[in-house]
Design a protein around this ligand. Structure first.
Ligand SMILES: *[C@@H]1O[C@H](CO)[C@@H](O)[C@H](O)[C@H]1NC(C)=O
Length: 203
């Protein structure tokens, strides 16, 4: 290979890099304005599933999603929402979203949040009403309403119509991964693993 063609190749590679980043930042682009059945009206573009958020908060931590499953117009638009309702003392257990970062806006209450990056460094913050926090794409994160008496309400925006959720506790202890594999992974014994698994089956 001549040095000219090497240079050309390098230029192409460098020029292509930002394009690659842009195309992988959200869902694949669609070649139409929106994806919809024939003869839709404004209702197709309207989501009403968050009206219930104004009702008394639920007794346990509750996620209400507005992703493409619940709101089909989002397919191809690279955006979605989730509403997170935290009764006093409740948590959203450690989890990841494989296809999107998450921008959380705390609408009511206070909230302790955190994520762990790929070097195992923990980043935490205590949010007050009106604050936002960014959970980078794919990283393990959690939220905790540590207040004794007050609920918290957060709205999370995603850069995907289908961010997906992998819950760490249930992925590990409520799937069918072999007890021995888990015992070795957690440097413990099978009995301890079975105790952890019991917490999921009884519910
Ligand atoms: C455990 O998995 C079963 C089967 O997928 C599911 O029905 C159940 O809700 C899960 N339990 C918890 C506590 O997530």
């Amino acid at each position: 290979m001549t040095s000219i063609s090497l240079k050309v190749l390098l230029c192409l590679a460098v020029a292509g890099f930002p394009i690659l980043q842009i195309t992988t930042a959200g869902d694949p682009d669609i070649l139409v304005d929106y994806i919809a059945p024939d003869k839709v009206d404004g209702d197709f573009f309207t989501f009403t599933g968050f009206r219930t958020l104004t009702h008394p908060p639920p007794p346990t931590f509750t996620v209400t999603k507005a992703s493409m499953k619940e709101f089909p117009v989002l397919l191809g638009q690279s955006v979605s929402y989730a509403a997170l309702q935290f009764p006093a003392g409740s948590i959203n257990p450690p989890h990841t979203h494989p296809r999107s970062s998450e921008l959380l806006l705390l609408v009511e209450g206070t909230l302790q949040v955190g994520f762990v990056d790929t070097t195992n460094k923990l980043f935490t913050s205590t949010l007050k009403t009106g604050d936002m926090f960014l959970f980078p794409k794919g990283l393990v994160h959690f939220q905790h309403n540590a207040a004794n008496n007050f609920p918290a309400l957060a709205l999370s925006a995603f850069g995907s119509a289908n961010p997906g959720t992998v819950s760490i506790p249930s992925t590990l202890f409520n799937s069918s991964i072999d007890d021995n594999v888990l015992a070795l992974a957690f440097r413990t014994d099978v009995a301890t693993i079975r105790t952890l698994k019991k917490g999921f089956s009884s519910k």
